[in-house]
Design a protein around this ligand. Structure first.
Ligand code: FAD
Length: 525
């Protein structure tokens, strides 16, 4: 075998650069399912199913090309034997003895190290191919960071808009403005979200059903449910999901992307992260289809504000986050700016908390393997920050529970954006808010036993108490930054007695993890 082309579970496209010039007469494709990938990182059953099913569907595509393929299935090797991905790869390299191993850049720093070590040990030269799935290469991002003290998504995004000619009118941004964020922050009306068109749902086919049976048997103790599995596992399905989103849901995405409501797991969101992250569809085709729909249908049918808001997520945030990951690893995994050491409350795995917002967000996470951005950032991530939880434990949780979780995108979002664990390398301030924000952006607080406006006392919202406690604890640091100085000024208006009461209540919450148990005890006083 001249070249052995290894295709990883999140590289499922025929344009994979490692497959360029593939010659079936001399080359082979290798795909490996490894149980360690689901247990080394604790994993939601739907997440395991997404990966395995998409890989098995891609196996069919490779075979349809007439290409020779070695596919190592999860149960092809005796249980417990060679469970780790790299153990399985090492055995394949020994057996196949290729002249060269070809791989597209992977989505995880640890995996990259593992592959290199494995190839070196086997004496097989490893050839990395730059991942053309992204519009901004790792080198391009590194160049962008050079000489910049602060990395700001907005600056990066504008360069990407110009460079890739997205939403441009000559050399000016379409509509005369780069950013329409101010139009995109609405809560749902007080009467509720009303009718939201359904996202595309894909009934499990035979392959997916077989994988589900395997996952239920082999990973029975893993969190999450498979009862609501709707995810695309092929390119065709990814494209259908994109089409459905543009035709029916993009219109509401813009204004309501930050809104939350009980039992509304998907809102107007696109649910495209799985198809994108597995490389089933290319971000460029997503961006082009959305821009084209706007240009063809016009401002009335698809306003620019929402279209720009969506493209900002894909061309801006997604590319930026990936660049940050490769610049900041391996340190990002250890980053802990505030030195937080508390363990993750057990109820993150069950949703059994009296806080209605977190109960809803965790509940849907376990049911669907999905929560939208603001739920992840301003509920689950923010609570973990305010409750002083060890960032490593938080990152492990996020990596486990979401169907779209791959470390390159999960870790910068968790450690960098939600927890400020890297000390604000790319965010200008910690994302913190009291329960009042949740109350404004959702209906969770109605019917919750806590009251978002109360800082102390038996009915105080833990999010609110811990928000004020966070300001109190980090007063000097927050006062020194113009972005957070105003928050601190509000804190400084409180009397010493009020501040002491916040400290006591926070200590009681944090030490007793009091809000965790259903029907937990009341406050300290
Ligand atoms: P939409 O809201 O419809 O957005 C469209 C697309 O934009 C997404 O599919 C995604 O590809 C991209 N996007 C939007 N925001 C981001 C962002 N902050 N970073 C990167 N891409 C973005 N995304 C993941 O794909 N995997 C993760 O494991 C993940 N973990 C996260 C953890 C935290 C704490 C936070 C705050 C965000 C995380 N995100 C993650 C980003 C974002 O929340 C998800 O991409 C999004 O919720 C996926 O749902 P959607 O496809 O309906 O997205």
């Amino acid at each position: 075998v001249r070249r052995l082309v290894l295709i990883l579970g999140d590289q499922l496209w025929l344009d994979n650069p490692a497959l360029a010039d593939f010659d079936p007469a001399q080359d082979r494709v290798l795909m490996i399912e490894a149980p360690g990938e689901s247990t080394g990182v604790w994993s939601h059953q739907a997440r395991i199913t997404v990966f395995l099913s998409a890989m098995r569907h891609f196996r069919e595509r490779v075979l349809a090309q007439g290409w020779p393929l070695d596919y190592i299935g999860l149960e092809d090797e005796p249980e417990g034997h060679a469970d780790r991905f790299t153990d399985r790869l090492a055995r394949c390299l020994q057996r196949i003895r290729p002249v060269r191993l070809d791989v597209c850049e992977c989505g995880e720093w640890q995996m990259q190290q593992g592959l290199e070590a494995c190839a070196t040990a086997a004496g097989v030269p490893l050839h990395w191919h730059a991942d053309t799935h992204f519009l901004c290469s790792r080198e391009r991002f590194a160049r962008w960071t050079r000489g910049r003290r602060e990395w700001r998504m907005e600056h990066f995004y504008r360069e990407m808009r110009r460079e890739h000619r997205v939403l441009m009118d000559g050399d000016q941004p379409l509509g005369g403005q780069w950013n329409f964020d101010a139009d995109n922050r609405k809560a749902y009306p007080r009467t509720g979200p009303g009718w939201i068109p359904e996202p595309a749902r894909f009934e499990p086919d035979d392959i997916t059903r077989e994988v589900m049976a395997l996952v239920r048997r082999r990973f029975a103790g893993h969190p999450g449910s498979l009862d609501h599995f709707i995810w695309p596992v092929t390119r065709e399905q990814g494209l259908q999901a994109l089409r459905r989103f543009i035709d029916e849901r993009l219109l509401g995405f813009g204004p309501y992307q930050d809104a939350m409501w009980n039992d509304t797991p998907y809102g107007w969101h696109s649910l495209l992260s799985v198809a994108l992250n597995l490389h089933l569809i290319h971000p460029r085709e997503v961006i082009d289809a959305v821009e084209q729909a706007h240009r063809e249908r016009g401002e009335q049918a698809l306003p620019l504000a929402g279209v720009e808001g969506f493209i900002r997520q894909v061309l801006g945030w997604r590319e930026f986050i990936r660049g940050v990951y490769w610049q900041e690893m391996p340190g990002l995994r250890e980053a802990n700016h505030f030195g937080h050491q508390r363990p993750l409350p057990a109820w993150y795995w069950t949703g059994e908390t009296d806080m209605a917002c977190l109960r809803d967000a965790i509940g849907q996470t376990l049911r669907h393997g999905y929560a939208h951005h603001i739920q992840r950032l301003m509920l689950l991530g923010q609570y973990a920050l305010l409750a002083e939880i060890d960032p490593r434990q938080v990152a492990d949780w996020f990596l486990a529970v979401y169907v779209d979780a791959i470390e390159w995108v999960e870790l910068p979002n968790v450690a960098g954006m939600a927890l400020y664990a890297n000390g604000g390398r790319f965010t200008s301030k910690p994302y913190v808010a009291s329960g009042q924000y949740v109350s404004r952006m959702s209906n969770h607080c109605q019917g919750c036993r806590f009251r978002p406006e109360l800082r102390t006392g038996p009915q105080a919202c833990p999010m609110t108490t811990l928000y004020w406690h966070f300001l109190d604890r980090h007063e000097a640091e927050l006062a020194a930054s113009p972005r957070t100085a105003l928050m601190v000024r509000n804190l400084q208006r409180l009397t010493p007695g009020e501040r002491q009461a916040i400290r006591s209540q926070a200590a009681w919450l944090l030490d007793g993890a009091a809000a965790s148990a259903p029907g937990a005890a009341h406050g300290p006083g």
